[in-house]
Design a protein around this ligand. Sequence first.
Ligand SMILES: Cc1cc2nc3c(=O)[nH]c(=O)nc-3n(C[C@H](O)[C@H](O)[C@H](O)COP(=O)(O)OP(=O)(O)OC[C@H]3O[C@@H](n4cnc5c(N)ncnc54)[C@H](O)[C@@H]3O)c2cc1C
Length: 426
Amino acid sequence: MAWDFSTEPEFQEQLDWVEQFCRTEIEPLDLVFPGAAYSRDPKARALADPLKQQVKAHGLWALFLDKDLGGPGFGQLKLALLNEILGRYRSAPVIFGTAAPDTGNMEMLAAYGTEEQKRRWLYPLMNQEIFSAYSMTEPQGGSDPSLFLTHATRDGEEWVITGEKWFTSAGARADIIFVMCTNGMFVAPGDAPGVEIMEYPPLHNHIRYNDVRVPADHLLGPEDGAKVLAQRRLGGGRIHHAMRTVAQVKLAFDIMCERALSRESHGKTIAEHQMVQEAIADSYAEINMLRLLVLWTAWTIDNSSTREARTQIAACKYTAAKVLREVSYRAMHIMGSLGTTNLTPLQAMWASAPTMAVMDGVDEVHKVTVSRNVLKGYEPHAGLWPTEYIPAKREEARKKYASLLAADPDLAAWADHAARATARGH
Ligand SMILES: Cc1cc2nc3c(=O)[nH]c(=O)nc-3n(C[C@H](O)[C@H](O)[C@H](O)COP(=O)(O)OP(=O)(O)OC[C@H]3O[C@@H](n4cnc5c(N)ncnc54)[C@H](O)[C@@H]3O)c2cc1C
């Protein structure tokens, strides 16, 4: 029987180590030196690098990559269980070598890069010797790639990239930028002449590519293949975000439950008030629905492919945003005034819910994908009545008993009476 919701003991040991390591090493670093793990400052790196070494020593570096590319080759299901822990700690993804946007870019390089491109960019990215960004969205429209205008023109042994991108996360500090053009995916050095970083927004950069020249071998994958590469990149990213969201909502739930047991109001603990119980019960069910959807999707990817699992991945994307919004709001509310401050993680978590609903493609677009793909498994009914129209089905079923009904008037009367009685409801 393959439906098994348990974790094998050897892997559970690794999960236990990760949990303890995050609690005792990463959380203190986040609290005292926030941002140190991402910083290029040598003093900050001296704090974070030994932690990365420990992760490597445990064989847990670059969790998302296959063995031949230097990762542990866990697959998505194990990665989901790990991300359920890592997602609770801000710096954990970078300390485990799994931080966006580098991860998605590495996946593209691993899948489509030539040996030379992998040597030049993939391995340095894996070792965090360089950092990358991903430039796809354009100011005039993000949800519809047919509106994108950025283009590369071939000029001898070079490509010349011209266009404007928006919301390129960490673009200003990237060593290399993956630029999605209408005619291919290109890799541009962050300091190439013509790469103009605009002042706003400060973190998710607006970048103008003013005739940026890159060598011919900076085209990644086939010419005109940008959409395929983008799908490959974003599919992985979405499910990984959903995995980490499970960690976030579990954190919100822990905060909510502890508080409900710790405070009193009107003569009893808050946990004894029914509306609080409803918030806890609904959150419990929603978190587990999301978690099982994510684990099932991860399992599907492991047993088929990201492409095969695309309907499930899309469902994970908007469900994660919804559960994050609902559960973090309830937790904040049950925390009362304290919940509205940024003295607990809840305020930031709740504020991130709209971001979750927009980044990696807006929820509406994913809902369209799910609906469209699901509907491929259905057909319109023939004739006037839906397939489940009971009188028509009964008429069909009566044919099975035709000789019996003809031979026995009592049974025929029973059947006629039953048909009228059932219809009487409305
Ligand atoms: C934190 C964050 C990080 C990001 N990082 C990156 C990055 O690194 N690189 C990158 O290239 N991009 C990045 N993005 C951009 C992201 O991919 C886009 O924001 C997203 O694709 C939506 O595009 P848009 O912002 O132009 O919104 P729009 O496309 O203008 O959509 C706005 C709203 O219009 C409605 N809408 C749009 N299309 C439809 C539709 N088909 N059906 C129904 N309603 C619709 C929805 O309500 C939607 O929320 C990031 C975004 C965020 C928030």
